[in-house]
Ligand binder design. Structure first.
Ligand code: ASP
Length: 435
């Protein structure tokens, strides 16, 4: 069994859905995980916001989205019979959406609204398989994908339920299911957060002990730098799980960072492939990492740096614990950290509770905050032991003001914090010196 996940652009039009079906129709057992058609989740976020606000424009917004789907149905199916079935299918989904006008919009309602995108894309694709005479089954993710009380995937439940579902379709080799959506511990509809379909695919891969999890997008794998800022970037053929996790977390948009861990735990290779160029090798992410040295650079924006300077830190113990506890109590993860004997600097990307955090930190010392920063993450294998790595990075960034450096935390990563206005320059200089 393999798992193949297709993102929003890969199923973004009737043409693209047909190409996906072409790719998955090879008689080998597989579970296909689909995102919503591109633009749909954003439209649904807007719709749920309008419901919350009690804004009457919501119905026009829903009608507009429904019109798009009517066109999809017209182009996707060739027979009248299937056009009718497709229309019926979308009408049910959109009637359900319109009905939210009569209920109070709350968090569950919001998740139910957002879930409609994946429910639509999978049902339409499976119906197209049916029209094309391809034996397949729709596997409802809401029957097996569930979070526990801590909001983490309930791996035991997922494994039990998905295998039970699969066994109820003897003779079927092609299963189509929704990414992103799940239930919470109370059984209410929930989701794995934006971009979470990759995570679904990896969790499913682990639950069915897949041979491989393939993530199909519209780019040929991880690139060695950000193609939006640097020309002539190259696709990387092989990465280790650790390297991929660092790159995904620190800005490479191609893969959801959480999706690396389930595959790594179960030692299932992740393959990043391009739907536009299916023959291209893509990037293989596995437990082995060949080639030493720096492989790629990624950047993460909207970072806030916080410096706490305190005489009390001098030769004291327990100071860092107190600082970390402040962040923990506001459920705010810390990304980078550097310390000196009298100060500690750290970065966060979630500033929801920044004012309260700063207020509490002032109990321990003087607090300085720098916003609009970017973390530039340089990733590779055994960077610490490969000759020149760190000196080349500093040579490249000679003219760029660097606010923080993190080196030695792992063998795979050097992180540099700079003002976001220097990001493009830094990425280009690093490319020039390192590759
Ligand atoms: N459709 C969801 C989103 O747009 C999940 C995904 O595409 O991975 O965030």
């Amino acid at each position: 069994m393999i798992v193949m996940k297709f993102g929003g652009t890969s199923v973004g039009s009737p043409e693209r859905i047909k190409s996906v079906v072409n790719l998955i129709n090879d008689n080998n057992p597989k579970i296909v995980v689909l995102s919503a058609m591109s633009g749909t989740t954003n439209a649904l976020v807007k719709i749920s916001g309008l419901f919350y606000a009690g804004n009457k424009d919501v119905i026009a917004e829903i009608d507009q989205l429904e019109d798009k789907y009517e066109k999809v149905v017209d182009e996707l199916y060739s027979t009248e019979e299937y056009k009718l079935k497709g229309k019926e299918l979308i009408k049910n989904r959109f009637d359900l959406l319109r009905n939210f006008e009569k209920v109070d919009c709350n968090a569950v309602a919001e998740c139910t609204i957002l879930a409609q995108g994946e429910l639509l894309s999978t049902a339409l694709t499976q119906l197209y398989c049916e029209e094309s005479g391809i034996n397949s089954a729709l596997l409802p993710a809401l029957n097996f994908m569930r979070n526990d009380r801590n909001g983490e995937p309930d791996n035991y439940y997922i494994k039990e339920q998905i295998n039970r579902e699969l066994n109820s379709y003897p003779g079927v080799k092609l299963f189509i299911t929704q990414g992103f959506i799940c239930r919470d511990a109370n059984g209410e509809i929930n989701n794995l957060k934006r971009g979470g379909s990759d995570y679904s695919a990896s969790l499913i891969g682990k639950a069915v002990n897949a041979k491989e999890v393939q993530i199909w997008t519209d780019i040929d794998g991880f690139h060695n730098n950000d193609p939006r800022f640097v020309e002539n970037t190259k696709a990387i053929r092989e990465l280790s799980f650790d390297e991929a996790a660092e790159l995904a977390y620190f800005g490479a948009k191609i893969l959801h960072p959480a999706s690396v861990w389930p595959a790594q735990e179960a030692n299932i290779p992740l393959l990043l492939k391009n739907t536009m160029e299916p023959q291209a090798p893509g990037t293989v992410i596995s437990s082995t990492s060949k080639n030493e040295g720096i492989k790629a650079i990624a950047a993460k924006d909207d970072i806030t740096a916080i410096k706490i300077k305190s005489g009390r830190m001098l030769m004291a113990y327990g100071f860092l614990r107190k600082v970390f506890e402040v962040f923990e109590s506001y459920q705010t993860p810390i990304d980078m950290i550097t310390t000196s004997e009298i100060a500690v600097s750290l970065t966060i990307d979630n500033t929801k509770h920044l004012d309260k955090i700063a207020q509490e930190l002032r109990l321990y010392g003087n607090v300085e905050i720098d916003r609009n920063m970017t973390i530039i993450c340089i990733v590779g294998n055994n960077i610490m032991h490969s000759k020149d790595s760190i000196s080349k990075v500093f040579m490249a960034l000679d003219k760029v003001p660097v606010r923080m450096v993190s080196y030695g935390g792992s063998r795979h990563n050097i992180s540099i914090l700079t003002d976001s206005e220097h990001k493009a320059e830094a990425l280009n200089l690093l490319s020039k010196y390192l590759f």
